[in-house]
Write a protein that binds this ligand. Structure first.
Ligand SMILES: *Cc1c(COP(=O)(O)O)cnc(C)c1O
Length: 436
Protein backbone atom coordinates (compact mmCIF):
# COMPACT_ATOMS: atom_id res chain seq x y z
CA UNK A 1 0.00 0.00 0.00
CA UNK A 2 1.17 3.50 -0.80
CA UNK A 3 1.25 5.79 2.24
CA UNK A 4 -1.50 8.42 2.17
CA UNK A 5 -0.08 11.84 1.44
CA UNK A 6 -0.86 15.17 3.07
CA UNK A 7 0.61 18.38 1.77
CA UNK A 8 2.12 20.32 4.67
CA UNK A 9 4.04 23.12 3.03
CA UNK A 10 2.57 26.40 4.22
CA UNK A 11 0.92 27.75 7.38
CA UNK A 12 -2.53 27.18 5.91
CA UNK A 13 -1.73 23.50 5.36
CA UNK A 14 -0.59 23.21 8.98
CA UNK A 15 -3.76 24.88 10.23
CA UNK A 16 -5.93 22.66 8.03
CA UNK A 17 -4.24 19.44 9.12
CA UNK A 18 -4.39 20.57 12.75
CA UNK A 19 -8.11 21.30 12.46
CA UNK A 20 -8.86 17.84 11.13
CA UNK A 21 -6.38 15.60 12.96
CA UNK A 22 -4.63 17.05 16.01
CA UNK A 23 -5.98 17.05 19.56
CA UNK A 24 -5.00 19.97 21.77
CA UNK A 25 -5.03 20.19 25.59
CA UNK A 26 -8.54 20.20 27.08
CA UNK A 27 -10.12 20.69 23.68
CA UNK A 28 -12.54 19.20 21.24
CA UNK A 29 -11.48 18.33 17.72
CA UNK A 30 -11.25 20.77 16.01
CA UNK A 31 -9.89 22.93 18.80
CA UNK A 32 -11.58 26.33 19.38
CA UNK A 33 -10.37 29.01 18.86
CA UNK A 34 -8.17 27.68 16.05
CA UNK A 35 -4.59 27.30 17.36
CA UNK A 36 -2.13 29.91 16.09
CA UNK A 37 0.69 28.52 13.97
CA UNK A 38 4.09 29.13 15.62
CA UNK A 39 7.25 29.29 13.58
CA UNK A 40 9.89 30.00 16.19
CA UNK A 41 10.47 31.75 19.49
CA UNK A 42 13.23 33.88 20.96
CA UNK A 43 13.65 35.30 24.45
CA UNK A 44 10.22 36.14 25.82
CA UNK A 45 8.61 36.22 22.36
CA UNK A 46 6.80 33.66 20.22
CA UNK A 47 6.94 34.29 16.45
CA UNK A 48 3.90 33.23 14.45
CA UNK A 49 3.92 31.96 10.88
CA UNK A 50 2.14 35.13 9.76
CA UNK A 51 5.07 37.19 11.03
CA UNK A 52 3.41 38.51 14.20
CA UNK A 53 5.28 38.34 17.50
CA UNK A 54 3.56 37.59 20.80
CA UNK A 55 5.06 38.23 24.21
CA UNK A 56 4.67 34.98 26.14
CA UNK A 57 2.81 35.94 29.31
CA UNK A 58 2.62 32.37 30.61
CA UNK A 59 6.15 30.97 29.90
CA UNK A 60 4.66 28.10 27.88
CA UNK A 61 2.65 26.83 30.82
CA UNK A 62 5.18 28.04 33.41
CA UNK A 63 8.15 26.17 31.97
CA UNK A 64 10.28 28.59 29.92
CA UNK A 65 11.79 30.51 32.83
CA UNK A 66 14.89 31.54 30.84
CA UNK A 67 12.89 32.38 27.71
CA UNK A 68 13.24 30.60 24.38
CA UNK A 69 16.45 29.59 22.58
CA UNK A 70 18.71 30.34 25.50
CA UNK A 71 22.25 29.61 24.23
CA UNK A 72 23.22 27.69 27.39
CA UNK A 73 20.35 25.23 26.99
CA UNK A 74 20.86 24.87 23.26
CA UNK A 75 24.56 24.18 23.77
CA UNK A 76 23.84 21.58 26.48
CA UNK A 77 21.39 19.79 24.17
CA UNK A 78 23.77 19.94 21.21
CA UNK A 79 26.74 18.61 23.20
CA UNK A 80 24.71 15.81 24.78
CA UNK A 81 23.21 14.82 21.44
CA UNK A 82 26.70 14.25 20.06
CA UNK A 83 27.43 11.69 22.76
CA UNK A 84 24.14 10.07 23.61
CA UNK A 85 20.57 11.20 23.02
CA UNK A 86 19.06 8.27 24.82
CA UNK A 87 19.87 4.98 26.46
CA UNK A 88 17.64 2.88 28.70
CA UNK A 89 18.04 3.48 32.46
CA UNK A 90 17.29 -0.12 33.40
CA UNK A 91 20.70 -1.37 34.51
CA UNK A 92 22.60 1.52 32.90
CA UNK A 93 23.47 4.96 34.18
CA UNK A 94 25.18 8.09 32.87
CA UNK A 95 26.76 11.43 33.71
CA UNK A 96 23.79 13.73 32.90
CA UNK A 97 21.59 11.81 35.37
CA UNK A 98 24.21 12.07 38.13
CA UNK A 99 25.04 15.70 37.34
CA UNK A 100 21.41 16.79 37.43
CA UNK A 101 20.87 14.79 40.62
CA UNK A 102 23.85 16.41 42.30
CA UNK A 103 22.56 19.88 41.37
CA UNK A 104 19.08 19.10 42.68
CA UNK A 105 20.36 17.70 45.97
CA UNK A 106 22.37 20.89 46.38
CA UNK A 107 19.22 23.04 46.47
CA UNK A 108 16.37 20.82 47.68
CA UNK A 109 15.37 20.65 51.35
CA UNK A 110 18.06 18.73 53.21
CA UNK A 111 16.32 15.40 53.96
CA UNK A 112 15.46 14.69 50.30
CA UNK A 113 18.03 12.26 48.92
CA UNK A 114 16.55 9.63 46.56
CA UNK A 115 15.68 10.79 43.06
CA UNK A 116 13.29 9.16 40.59
CA UNK A 117 13.27 10.72 37.09
CA UNK A 118 10.18 10.57 34.90
CA UNK A 119 8.64 12.24 31.88
CA UNK A 120 5.84 14.48 33.13
CA UNK A 121 4.35 16.09 36.19
CA UNK A 122 1.33 13.83 36.30
CA UNK A 123 3.53 10.76 36.25
CA UNK A 124 5.68 12.30 38.99
CA UNK A 125 2.54 12.56 41.13
CA UNK A 126 1.69 8.90 40.37
CA UNK A 127 5.23 7.90 41.35
CA UNK A 128 5.11 9.92 44.59
CA UNK A 129 1.81 8.26 45.56
CA UNK A 130 3.16 4.81 44.74
CA UNK A 131 6.18 5.55 46.94
CA UNK A 132 3.91 6.49 49.84
CA UNK A 133 1.82 3.33 49.44
CA UNK A 134 4.84 1.07 49.07
CA UNK A 135 6.45 2.73 52.09
CA UNK A 136 3.55 1.70 54.31
CA UNK A 137 3.35 -1.75 52.76
CA UNK A 138 7.02 -2.26 53.57
CA UNK A 139 6.39 -1.13 57.12
CA UNK A 140 3.64 -3.71 57.55
CA UNK A 141 0.76 -1.26 57.18
CA UNK A 142 -0.79 -2.22 53.82
CA UNK A 143 -4.16 -0.73 54.85
CA UNK A 144 -2.63 2.75 54.55
CA UNK A 145 -3.47 3.50 50.93
CA UNK A 146 -5.65 6.60 50.92
CA UNK A 147 -4.61 10.19 50.40
CA UNK A 148 -5.62 13.34 52.17
CA UNK A 149 -5.49 16.67 50.38
CA UNK A 150 -7.21 20.05 50.32
CA UNK A 151 -9.95 21.30 48.04
CA UNK A 152 -8.96 23.63 45.21
CA UNK A 153 -5.83 21.71 44.25
CA UNK A 154 -4.50 20.47 40.93
CA UNK A 155 -2.03 17.61 40.56
CA UNK A 156 -2.33 16.39 36.98
CA UNK A 157 -4.49 14.48 34.54
CA UNK A 158 -3.71 10.79 35.09
CA UNK A 159 -6.23 8.86 37.19
CA UNK A 160 -4.57 8.85 40.61
CA UNK A 161 -3.49 12.47 40.09
CA UNK A 162 -7.08 13.38 39.15
CA UNK A 163 -8.27 11.75 42.37
CA UNK A 164 -6.50 14.45 44.40
CA UNK A 165 -7.56 17.39 42.20
CA UNK A 166 -10.45 19.52 43.44
CA UNK A 167 -13.49 17.21 43.53
CA UNK A 168 -15.88 19.90 42.21
CA UNK A 169 -13.85 21.88 39.67
CA UNK A 170 -11.63 18.94 38.78
CA UNK A 171 -12.58 16.09 36.52
CA UNK A 172 -14.25 13.89 39.14
CA UNK A 173 -17.79 14.34 37.82
CA UNK A 174 -16.83 13.37 34.29
CA UNK A 175 -15.01 10.23 35.38
CA UNK A 176 -17.29 9.25 38.22
CA UNK A 177 -16.72 5.64 39.23
CA UNK A 178 -13.28 5.51 37.66
CA UNK A 179 -11.49 7.72 40.19
CA UNK A 180 -10.49 6.46 43.67
CA UNK A 181 -12.19 8.33 46.54
CA UNK A 182 -9.78 10.41 48.61
CA UNK A 183 -10.16 12.58 51.70
CA UNK A 184 -10.68 16.31 51.10
CA UNK A 185 -10.12 18.94 53.74
CA UNK A 186 -11.38 22.50 53.27
CA UNK A 187 -9.12 24.65 51.12
CA UNK A 188 -6.84 27.00 53.06
CA UNK A 189 -8.62 30.33 53.59
CA UNK A 190 -5.91 32.44 55.22
CA UNK A 191 -4.05 34.33 52.53
CA UNK A 192 -0.37 34.68 51.94
CA UNK A 193 0.59 38.00 53.52
CA UNK A 194 -2.63 38.11 55.56
CA UNK A 195 -3.16 37.19 59.19
CA UNK A 196 -3.22 33.61 60.42
CA UNK A 197 -6.28 32.05 61.99
CA UNK A 198 -5.77 28.72 63.74
CA UNK A 199 -9.28 27.64 62.68
CA UNK A 200 -7.97 27.36 59.12
CA UNK A 201 -6.23 24.06 59.84
CA UNK A 202 -9.07 22.45 61.81
CA UNK A 203 -10.68 20.65 58.86
CA UNK A 204 -7.38 19.12 57.75
CA UNK A 205 -6.39 18.33 61.31
CA UNK A 206 -9.60 16.54 62.27
CA UNK A 207 -9.86 14.54 59.02
CA UNK A 208 -6.21 13.49 59.24
CA UNK A 209 -6.66 12.36 62.84
CA UNK A 210 -9.92 10.51 62.13
CA UNK A 211 -8.60 8.60 59.09
CA UNK A 212 -4.91 8.32 59.92
CA UNK A 213 -5.03 4.50 60.07
CA UNK A 214 -5.89 4.29 56.38
CA UNK A 215 -3.98 7.31 55.04
CA UNK A 216 -0.65 6.83 53.27
CA UNK A 217 0.14 10.48 52.61
CA UNK A 218 -1.05 14.04 52.40
CA UNK A 219 -0.45 15.76 49.08
CA UNK A 220 -0.49 19.54 48.62
CA UNK A 221 0.76 22.26 46.36
CA UNK A 222 2.89 24.39 48.69
CA UNK A 223 1.70 28.03 49.09
CA UNK A 224 0.24 28.36 45.57
CA UNK A 225 -2.81 26.44 44.41
CA UNK A 226 -2.02 26.98 40.75
CA UNK A 227 -4.20 25.40 38.04
CA UNK A 228 -6.93 24.95 40.66
CA UNK A 229 -7.49 28.73 40.86
CA UNK A 230 -4.21 30.61 41.40
CA UNK A 231 -4.66 31.15 45.13
CA UNK A 232 -1.81 31.97 47.54
CA UNK A 233 -2.24 30.64 51.05
CA UNK A 234 -0.63 31.36 54.41
CA UNK A 235 2.72 29.64 55.05
CA UNK A 236 1.53 28.83 58.56
CA UNK A 237 -1.02 26.47 56.97
CA UNK A 238 1.79 24.42 55.48
CA UNK A 239 3.69 24.46 58.78
CA UNK A 240 0.63 23.13 60.54
CA UNK A 241 0.08 20.47 57.86
CA UNK A 242 3.63 19.24 58.51
CA UNK A 243 2.96 19.10 62.26
CA UNK A 244 -0.32 17.23 61.78
CA UNK A 245 1.33 14.75 59.40
CA UNK A 246 4.09 14.10 61.93
CA UNK A 247 1.61 13.62 64.75
CA UNK A 248 -0.63 11.29 62.72
CA UNK A 249 2.27 9.42 61.12
CA UNK A 250 1.27 10.49 57.60
CA UNK A 251 3.83 11.11 54.88
CA UNK A 252 3.81 14.56 53.29
CA UNK A 253 4.09 14.90 49.52
CA UNK A 254 4.66 18.44 48.26
CA UNK A 255 3.89 19.05 44.61
CA UNK A 256 6.32 21.82 43.55
CA UNK A 257 5.67 21.22 39.85
CA UNK A 258 4.20 24.70 39.35
CA UNK A 259 6.11 26.54 42.08
CA UNK A 260 9.63 25.11 41.89
CA UNK A 261 12.71 26.90 40.56
CA UNK A 262 12.02 30.41 41.76
CA UNK A 263 8.49 31.18 40.59
CA UNK A 264 7.26 32.42 43.99
CA UNK A 265 10.42 34.33 44.88
CA UNK A 266 11.96 31.36 46.72
CA UNK A 267 13.73 28.51 44.95
CA UNK A 268 10.98 26.20 46.23
CA UNK A 269 7.69 27.43 47.66
CA UNK A 270 8.00 25.23 50.77
CA UNK A 271 10.85 27.53 51.85
CA UNK A 272 8.25 30.22 52.63
CA UNK A 273 7.11 27.95 55.46
CA UNK A 274 10.45 26.36 56.32
CA UNK A 275 8.86 22.97 55.74
CA UNK A 276 10.46 19.90 54.17
CA UNK A 277 8.31 17.13 52.70
CA UNK A 278 8.97 13.38 52.78
CA UNK A 279 8.49 13.28 49.03
CA UNK A 280 8.65 16.17 46.53
CA UNK A 281 7.59 16.42 42.89
CA UNK A 282 9.25 18.84 40.48
CA UNK A 283 8.57 19.30 36.77
CA UNK A 284 7.46 22.15 34.50
CA UNK A 285 10.45 24.58 34.78
CA UNK A 286 12.92 21.73 35.45
CA UNK A 287 14.34 21.86 31.90
CA UNK A 288 13.61 25.56 31.43
CA UNK A 289 10.79 24.61 29.07
CA UNK A 290 13.11 22.85 26.65
CA UNK A 291 11.81 19.29 26.85
CA UNK A 292 9.40 17.33 29.05
CA UNK A 293 10.83 16.00 32.28
CA UNK A 294 9.92 15.66 35.95
CA UNK A 295 11.42 14.17 39.09
CA UNK A 296 10.31 12.77 42.43
CA UNK A 297 12.68 13.10 45.34
CA UNK A 298 12.19 11.15 48.57
CA UNK A 299 13.91 11.10 51.93
CA UNK A 300 16.42 8.41 52.75
CA UNK A 301 13.90 6.98 55.22
CA UNK A 302 11.22 6.52 52.56
CA UNK A 303 13.73 5.05 50.09
CA UNK A 304 15.25 2.72 52.69
CA UNK A 305 11.89 1.41 53.87
CA UNK A 306 10.73 0.64 50.34
CA UNK A 307 14.06 -0.90 49.42
CA UNK A 308 14.29 -3.10 52.51
CA UNK A 309 11.07 -4.97 51.77
CA UNK A 310 11.78 -8.50 50.60
CA UNK A 311 11.30 -9.06 46.85
CA UNK A 312 9.39 -5.81 46.34
CA UNK A 313 11.49 -3.24 44.53
CA UNK A 314 9.93 0.12 43.78
CA UNK A 315 7.45 -0.63 41.01
CA UNK A 316 7.73 2.05 38.37
CA UNK A 317 10.03 2.40 35.36
CA UNK A 318 9.29 4.66 32.40
CA UNK A 319 10.85 3.65 29.09
CA UNK A 320 12.49 7.06 28.74
CA UNK A 321 13.44 7.35 32.42
CA UNK A 322 16.37 9.77 32.93
CA UNK A 323 16.64 10.52 29.21
CA UNK A 324 20.19 11.90 28.88
CA UNK A 325 19.16 14.78 26.64
CA UNK A 326 16.50 15.91 29.13
CA UNK A 327 18.88 15.45 32.10
CA UNK A 328 21.64 17.45 30.38
CA UNK A 329 19.30 20.32 29.52
CA UNK A 330 17.75 20.26 33.00
CA UNK A 331 21.22 20.41 34.56
CA UNK A 332 22.09 23.36 32.32
CA UNK A 333 18.82 25.07 33.22
CA UNK A 334 19.29 24.64 36.97
CA UNK A 335 22.91 25.81 36.72
CA UNK A 336 21.84 28.80 34.63
CA UNK A 337 19.15 29.68 37.15
CA UNK A 338 21.55 29.52 40.10
CA UNK A 339 24.14 31.63 38.27
CA UNK A 340 21.56 34.21 37.20
CA UNK A 341 20.21 37.05 39.35
CA UNK A 342 16.83 35.23 39.40
CA UNK A 343 15.88 36.56 42.83
CA UNK A 344 16.21 40.18 41.68
CA UNK A 345 14.48 39.40 38.38
CA UNK A 346 11.50 37.78 40.08
CA UNK A 347 11.33 40.61 42.61
CA UNK A 348 11.32 43.18 39.81
CA UNK A 349 8.61 41.31 37.89
CA UNK A 350 6.58 41.08 41.12
CA UNK A 351 6.88 44.86 41.52
CA UNK A 352 5.79 45.55 37.93
CA UNK A 353 2.89 43.11 38.25
CA UNK A 354 1.78 44.72 41.50
CA UNK A 355 2.00 48.27 40.15
CA UNK A 356 0.47 47.35 36.80
CA UNK A 357 -2.34 45.01 37.84
CA UNK A 358 -3.48 46.62 41.10
CA UNK A 359 -5.52 49.33 39.28
CA UNK A 360 -7.50 46.49 37.61
CA UNK A 361 -8.96 45.61 41.02
CA UNK A 362 -11.38 48.54 40.81
CA UNK A 363 -12.50 47.80 37.24
CA UNK A 364 -15.96 46.40 36.55
CA UNK A 365 -16.15 42.60 36.52
CA UNK A 366 -12.99 42.17 38.59
CA UNK A 367 -13.25 40.32 41.87
CA UNK A 368 -9.65 40.50 43.02
CA UNK A 369 -6.07 41.13 41.98
CA UNK A 370 -3.24 39.25 43.69
CA UNK A 371 0.49 38.94 43.08
CA UNK A 372 3.18 36.66 44.46
CA UNK A 373 6.66 36.51 42.91
CA UNK A 374 6.36 35.99 39.16
CA UNK A 375 2.62 35.26 39.35
CA UNK A 376 0.07 38.01 38.73
CA UNK A 377 -3.60 37.11 38.92
CA UNK A 378 -6.78 38.95 37.98
CA UNK A 379 -9.76 36.99 39.26
CA UNK A 380 -12.94 38.01 37.42
CA UNK A 381 -16.55 37.86 38.59
CA UNK A 382 -17.53 35.52 35.79
CA UNK A 383 -16.00 33.01 33.40
CA UNK A 384 -13.63 34.40 30.80
CA UNK A 385 -14.61 33.27 27.30
CA UNK A 386 -11.30 32.05 25.89
CA UNK A 387 -12.56 32.08 22.31
CA UNK A 388 -12.89 35.87 22.62
CA UNK A 389 -10.12 36.64 25.11
CA UNK A 390 -7.23 34.86 23.38
CA UNK A 391 -7.69 36.60 19.99
CA UNK A 392 -8.14 39.93 21.82
CA UNK A 393 -4.81 39.48 23.61
CA UNK A 394 -3.07 38.20 20.47
CA UNK A 395 -4.16 41.29 18.54
CA UNK A 396 -2.31 43.34 21.13
CA UNK A 397 0.82 41.23 20.86
CA UNK A 398 0.29 39.19 24.01
CA UNK A 399 0.10 35.44 24.50
CA UNK A 400 -2.17 35.01 27.52
CA UNK A 401 -4.36 31.99 28.15
CA UNK A 402 -7.01 32.53 30.85
CA UNK A 403 -8.85 29.64 32.52
CA UNK A 404 -12.22 29.66 34.27
CA UNK A 405 -12.53 33.20 35.71
CA UNK A 406 -8.78 33.68 36.00
CA UNK A 407 -6.48 35.84 33.88
CA UNK A 408 -2.90 35.39 35.00
CA UNK A 409 0.61 36.37 33.99
CA UNK A 410 3.63 34.14 34.69
CA UNK A 411 6.23 35.47 32.25
CA UNK A 412 9.80 34.19 31.74
CA UNK A 413 12.23 35.62 34.31
CA UNK A 414 14.26 37.27 31.51
CA UNK A 415 11.35 39.40 30.25
CA UNK A 416 12.16 43.12 29.87
CA UNK A 417 10.13 46.04 31.14
CA UNK A 418 8.71 46.93 27.73
CA UNK A 419 7.29 43.43 27.22
CA UNK A 420 5.96 43.37 30.79
CA UNK A 421 4.09 46.60 30.09
CA UNK A 422 2.71 45.19 26.84
CA UNK A 423 1.25 42.25 28.80
CA UNK A 424 -0.23 44.47 31.49
CA UNK A 425 -1.68 46.86 28.90
CA UNK A 426 -3.33 43.93 27.11
CA UNK A 427 -4.95 42.69 30.33
CA UNK A 428 -6.07 46.19 31.28
CA UNK A 429 -7.53 46.83 27.79
CA UNK A 430 -9.44 43.54 27.87
CA UNK A 431 -11.02 44.42 31.21
CA UNK A 432 -11.76 48.01 30.20
CA UNK A 433 -13.34 47.03 26.89
CA UNK A 434 -15.15 43.99 28.26
CA UNK A 435 -13.46 41.74 25.71
CA UNK A 436 -15.70 38.72 26.45
C1 LIG B 1 1.10 21.05 35.70
C2 LIG B 1 1.01 20.40 37.03
C3 LIG B 1 1.00 19.00 37.16
C4 LIG B 1 0.97 18.09 35.97
O1 LIG B 1 2.11 18.16 35.19
P1 LIG B 1 2.10 17.62 33.67
O2 LIG B 1 3.52 17.75 33.24
O3 LIG B 1 1.15 18.50 32.92
O4 LIG B 1 1.62 16.21 33.72
C5 LIG B 1 0.97 18.48 38.43
N1 LIG B 1 0.96 19.27 39.52
C6 LIG B 1 0.98 20.61 39.43
C7 LIG B 1 1.00 21.44 40.68
C8 LIG B 1 0.99 21.23 38.18
O5 LIG B 1 0.97 22.57 38.10
Amino acid sequence: MQPRRFDISCADDIAAFDRDHLWHPYAALPSQPAPLVVESAQGARIRLADGRELVDGVSSWWTAIHGYRHPALMEAARAQMEDLAHVMFGGLTHKPAAELGALLLGILPEPLKAIFYCDSGSVAVEVAIKMAIQYWEARGRPERKRLITVRGGYHGDTFMAMSVCDPIDGMHARFRGAIPAQIFADAPRCRFGGSWDEADISSFESLAARHSDTIAAAILEPIVQAAGGMRFYHPRYLERVREVCDRCNILLILDEIATGFGRTGRLFACEHAGVAPDIMCVGKALTGGFIGMAAVIATREVADAISSAKDTPFMHGPTFMANPLACAVAAASVRLLLESPWRERVRRIEEILRTGLTPCASMPGVKEVRVLGDIGVVECERLVDRTKAIPFFAERGAWIRPFDNIIYLMPPYIIDEEDMNLLIDAVTAALREGAW
